[in-house]
Design a binder for this molecule. Sequence first.
Ligand SMILES: Nc1ncnc2c1ncn2[C@@H]1O[C@H](COP(=O)(O)OP(=O)(O)O)[C@@H](O)[C@H]1O
Ligand SMILES: Cc1cn([C@H]2C[C@H](O)[C@@H](COP(=O)(O)O)O2)c(=O)[nH]c1=O
Length: 283
Amino acid sequence: MERAFASPNSPVSSRSRFLPSRPGRPLPFARRGKGDEDLRADVCLEIADEVGPRRRARARVGEIHVITGPMFAGKTSALARKLATARSSGNAVFAITSSLEAERFGARAETSLVTHDGDAFTGDEEGVCNTIEGCDFGEARVRAIGTENGWTFASEDAKALERADVVAVDEAQFMPGLIDFALECAEKRGQIVYIAGLDGDYRRRRFGEVLDLIPMCDSVTRLRGTCAECGRASSFSRRVVDLGDGEDVVSVGGSEKYAPACRACYLRLGRDESRGDVAPRWE
Ligand SMILES: Nc1ncnc2c1ncn2[C@@H]1O[C@H](COP(=O)(O)OP(=O)(O)O)[C@@H](O)[C@H]1O
Ligand SMILES: Cc1cn([C@H]2C[C@H](O)[C@@H](COP(=O)(O)O)O2)c(=O)[nH]c1=O
């Protein structure tokens, strides 16, 4: 797909210089008419701050944004919204998730980011987003990878990853080599990178490499959900089933195994269930 961009010297504000200029193509928004160029600038400003095909070419250095927090906090939902926005402003998107997701969401999780509500961000092959009339979408792919495969992709996927403006990783706690991958995308290829995943496991201990990315990222968002016990904001993931002595930290699942917990309920229920592994660390 051929792309034309506004000249850096055009008489528009520095922010709107990130915006794609595509003569003859529909605006990615419904309102059109007199002064379309102004409208394009006005409407796109808020999303152009974070992503835009122009930005990559201009800066040659990308960004890394981390979206973390406990289970059921809305990490995947937030990531999917970011990607939908990026895509609807003409960016090519490549999203990666863990092949472990298929264990809880089935085969659709091989090519979609699936949330606990059952919503999904889906790539082009499934033809979801292209059906909205008048919108000019960048291509999108979602691929699941196994930890045993590393960051290897089929050749067409590897090309799509290479040319993407925006790269996303969901379930990042399951991905060894996360830091090298994120840095390669942002600093070698100039891509905007979103990393979503758990920072801690059910014991509130470091999970994978998500935390290690913090000193290298541009922004961190730690989301909270709703405590399943009391309705206050949840900050932690509580494992609600006993998987036996020496249980694995990694155990894929949803609400049959985990619950969102506020601090008070996490401590109370951890002790009530005699789960030494979740007792306060100061005891
Ligand atoms: N205890 C729960 N069990 C199942 N779903 C929940 C629970 N608490 C919240 N949810 C739903 O999960 C949604 C968030 O899903 P998702 O974006 O997949 O979160 P995350 O990626 O952080 O686990 C919330 O909007 C809410 O509707
Ligand atoms: C706390 C915790 C979680 N997991 C697993 C359970 C789920 O499969 C994912 C988290 O998914 P979400 O999108 O954040 O809801 O991680 C685990 O293996 N070990 C844990 O301690």
